[in-house]
Design a protein around this ligand. Structure first.
Ligand code: ZN
Length: 352
């Protein structure tokens, strides 16, 4: 007890209860492959969930026989279905707390992995506040499904395989590494993409909608500052101390300035970040620091997070800009509309 991870993990999240991070989940992104049932209940329908399980079982069958290309295609199909069928989902304050309580009951009754039962129970009991038990990394054996927090065991207590059969499960795909050349290219391109999407919007329109473009740009500046700053600190100091947590919806910078000024600030901050990381050696990309939720984070992982996070929000930005241009979003969904509440305290992490 008393480790920074546990203390911050139990602390109330600053800014929680403020606007949700992705307020327009229902009206936001065009889903090309929407749940065909259209009623949001897709994930609960057994033929659909059954299809995902069958796809994965078939993938593992191909894997057993050494046909990895076929296995890959079936796994991709399963992942695609998983995402498509969960396009509409419950959020905190709107039933997610009860849903996780029901799920843990199901998971326990189905004799799911014991370590995960423990973690899920802690989450169910404390939702929506993050329990200490949920702050550790989680590893799942790719052969037998045994799960362990914090460190992958070697050998697997379930099947006896060596420790490298474990996969670490990331909390969000933003944390998956992007190769350095692609990463630098993506980071360099975003500010200009934002300008293109925002072209022609005046200040009034920039403030329209459920998640206005000016607010989205501020969120991107804030994330760049926060996570880019953490990465630079990891480069410049040996083991800088873990920082306090900040709720992602509170990650924002440049409020009170015009959209143009925010776009300029973003471009300038990005230029400065890229200048700092442009010539890093492989060893420097691997420099790391402790993050209170994600444990050890390397420079490459911080920047991968920034780049993937931006690529997602570019879609929100474009959708919000298109609506503001059309004027359609302003009616009844203006910025004064009470937003859906939620906590997304896992997403961004430490304060600058
Ligand atoms: Zn195993």
């Amino acid at each position: 007890m008393g480790s920074p991870i546990e203390t911050t993990g139990n602390a109330p999240v600053p800014g929680a209860g403020a606007a949700a991070l992705y307020p327009f989940r229902d009206r936001g992104l065009p889903m090309r492959h929407q749940d065909p049932s259209g009623d949001g209940a897709g994930a609960n329908k057994s033929p659909m969930t059954d299809r995902i399980v069958r796809l994965i079982a078939a993938a593992r069958g191909f894997e057993d026989d050494g046909h990895y290309s076929e296995a890959r295609a079936l796994r991709a199909a399963a992942l695609s279905e998983e995402i498509r069928l969960t396009g509409r989902r419950t959020r905190l304050g709107h039933g997610l707390e009860q849903e996780v309580r029901d799920l843990v009951d199901d998971f326990r009754a189905a004799q799911g992995a014991q370590e995960l039962v423990t973690v899920l129970e802690a989450i169910a009991e404390s939702a929506p506040v993050r329990p200490a038990a949920a702050t550790h990394r989680l590893y799942v054996c790719r052969w037998c499904g045994h799960a362990e927090p914090a460190v992958a065991p070697n050998p697997c207590p379930g099947c006896g395989a060596g420790g490298l059969v474990f996969t670490e499960v990331p909390g969000v795909f933003f944390l998956e590494l992007v190769p350095v050349p692609q990463l630098l290219e993506a980071l360099a391109a975003t500010p200009e993409q934002c300008r293109r999407y925002c072209a022609g919007l005046d200040e009034d329109r920039a403030a329209l909608g459920e998640w206005p473009v000016a607010t989205i740009v501020s969120h991107l500046i804030g994330a760049n500052e926060l996570l880019g700053g953490s990465a630079i600190e990891a480069l410049e100091r040996d083991d800088p101390p873990a920082r306090a947590l900040i709720a992602p919806e509170a990650v924002s910078a440049g409020q009170g300035t015009t959209l143009q000024q925010r776009l300029d600030t973003f471009a300038e901050a990005r230029r400065a970040l890229l200048e700092r990381v442009g010539g890093l050696t492989p060893a420097q990309w691997e420099r790391s620091r402790v993050h209170p939720l994600w444990e050890r984070m390397t420079v490459q992982r911080y920047l991968s997070y920034i780049a993937r996070h931006e690529h997602l929000h570019l879609a929100h930005l474009r959708a919000s800009a298109d609506r503001a241009r059309g004027g359609g979003m302003g009616h009844g969904l203006g910025r004064d509309t009470r937003r859906r509440r939620g906590r997304h305290s896992e997403l961004l992490g430490p304060t600058p």
